[in-house]
Design a protein around this ligand. Structure first.
Ligand SMILES: Cc1cc2nc3c(=O)[nH]c(=O)nc-3n(C[C@H](O)[C@H](O)[C@H](O)COP(=O)(O)OP(=O)(O)OC[C@H]3O[C@@H](n4cnc5c(N)ncnc54)[C@H](O)[C@@H]3O)c2cc1C
Ligand SMILES: NC(=O)c1ccc[n+]([C@@H]2O[C@H](COP(=O)([O-])OP(=O)(O)OC[C@H]3O[C@@H](n4cnc5c(N)ncnc54)[C@H](OP(=O)(O)O)[C@@H]3O)[C@@H](O)[C@H]2O)c1
Length: 350
């Protein structure tokens, strides 16, 4: 975990953003940072150290005849009860190489456990486990608007059917297992290297492309732009499954739009018979987008899914540059390279 300092913080408020009928569960969380020295900028993330699912921890412990309070020593030399170590320190999603070498191949730890019974002690087993890893979440607020709080937008991760854990460790912890107002979540500040509101951008238009949880940092951007009295225009492309069930922060975006602070383009992929994505909306508004980006020297931000969305948005940006800027494919590539160098095309994708 390197030099990162984790602080325990309570969840002051947690609200479900997706409709109760939707299988997708996305939550808005408000973490109280008042007992920490964290000072963040918009675009930054919080690193969260999750706790493992207690049912899964018990499943592991039942293969050992020793009590759950058996002392184990961490790699840093700290002594803890096995149950505490397995809950808060151990990575239970990785299958340790040394155990595989000794007991044969396994996709998941659960496949190995029956083979270990009676062969190694609980302490030895724990010594093979890698440390639990932090997960990152974009901060969905600005300190200028919310003070010593950090808001997050977290989607519950569902694992593939063959996985022994049905839900993602950290998202399940943040969305369900951690208790609002009671549990203390270990968080650390994870500053963004480039992704944020550069001082030069205050007088320039910004274009924000954030489908799904990718919208999170842009809520912070809007709070910051308004708090700072930034005098230029803001444009958000948001996309999700349905307008009824998955329109995160609807009231806030619509209020900004009504007051003339925000241009809003929405792509609800499952409202119509054919899919509509944020890049389709970009194509529809190509001339205007080019006006903001090229003629008015705007800044373009993309956040969210790296696998498919960010690639498609990047291709669309190249196409718009070619068409609107009358450029060849090579010229468009060069143009976008320069945009990146000038920090005017910034992405936070995962
Ligand atoms: C910069 C950044 C910003 C982010 N911002 C947000 C945000 O604002 N909101 C948000 O919701 N998410 C965000 N994420 C994603 C987030 O960090 C987590 O990755 C996400 O919540 C899933 O974590 P988890 O612990 O719930 O799932 P995990 O338990 O880590 O599982 C994740 C995946 O790994 C697979 N897996 C787990 N164990 C195994 C195994 N043993 N073998 C093979 N595969 C396995 C699972 O099937 C699953 O698909 C961000 C990520 C980054 C990098
Ligand atoms: N394992 C899980 O349980 C799980 C669940 C959700 C997300 N994720 C992952 O978590 C990350 C963020 O997810 P998220 O919930 O914020 O949003 P997301 O899954 O990326 O979905 C948000 C919107 O993006 C649309 N989309 C799908 N493919 C796209 C593409 N090629 N181009 C543009 N838009 C596209 C989706 O449409 P459609 O879905 O209608 O196609 C949906 O409307 C992603 O990496 C995603 O893969 C994992």
């Amino acid at each position: 975990m390197g030099q990162r300092q984790f602080s325990p913080v309570p969840i002051a408020r947690r609200v479900r953003l997706t409709d109760e009928m939707s299988e997708k569960q996305t939550f808005h969380l408000e973490l109280d940072l008042s007992q920490t020295d964290i000072i963040y900028s918009v675009g930054d993330c919080l690193a969260v150290l999750p706790e493992n699912d207690p049912h899964f921890v018990h499943k592991v412990l039942q293969f050992f005849s020793e009590p759950s309070t058996t002392s184990v020593t961490t790699r840093e030399g700290e002594t803890l009860a096995a149950i505490e170590f397995l809950t808060a320190r151990a990575n239970l999603t990785l299958t340790p190489k040394k155990l595989v070498e000794r007991f044969g191949p396994a996709n998941y730890l659960t496949e190995l456990l029956p083979r270990l019974e009676g062969k190694i002690s609980l302490m030895e087993f724990c010594s093979y486990l890698a440390p639990i890893t932090p997960r990152f979440y974009s901060i969905a607020s600005s300190m200028s608007a919310v003070g010593k709080m950090a808001h997050l937008t977290v989607t519950l991760n569902r694992n593939p059917p063959d996985h022994p854990l049905t839900l993602g460790t950290c998202s399940d912890y943040l969305c369900h297992r951690a208790v609002e107002g009671q549990s203390l979540i270990a968080v650390a500040h994870h500053p963004a290297r480039q992704f944020g509101l550069h001082p030069l951008s205050y007088q320039k238009p910004i274009i924000m492309i954030g489908p799904g949880t990718g919208v999170a940092p842009f809520r912070g951007f809007m709070q910051e732009r308004l708090a700072q009295g930034a005098c230029s225009k803001n444009w958000l492309f948001f996309g999700e499954r349905t307008s009824k069930g998955h329109y995160y922060y609807r009231e806030e975006w619509e209020l900004y739009a009504q007051k003339g602070h925000l241009q809003l383009d929405l792509a609800f992929s499952r409202d119509e018979s054919s899919k509509v994505y944020v890049q389709d909306k970009m194509r529809e508004k190509a001339a205007s987008l080019w006006q903001w980006l090229h003629h008015e020297e705007g800044y373009l931000f993309v956040c969210g899914d790296a696998q498919n969305m960010a690639k498609a948005v990047d291709q669309t940006l190249h196409l718009i540059t070619q068409e609107q800027g009358n450029m060849s494919c090579e010229q468009a590539k060069e143009y976008i390279k320069i945009l990146k160098k000038q920090n005017r095309y910034l992405r936070d994708i995962y």
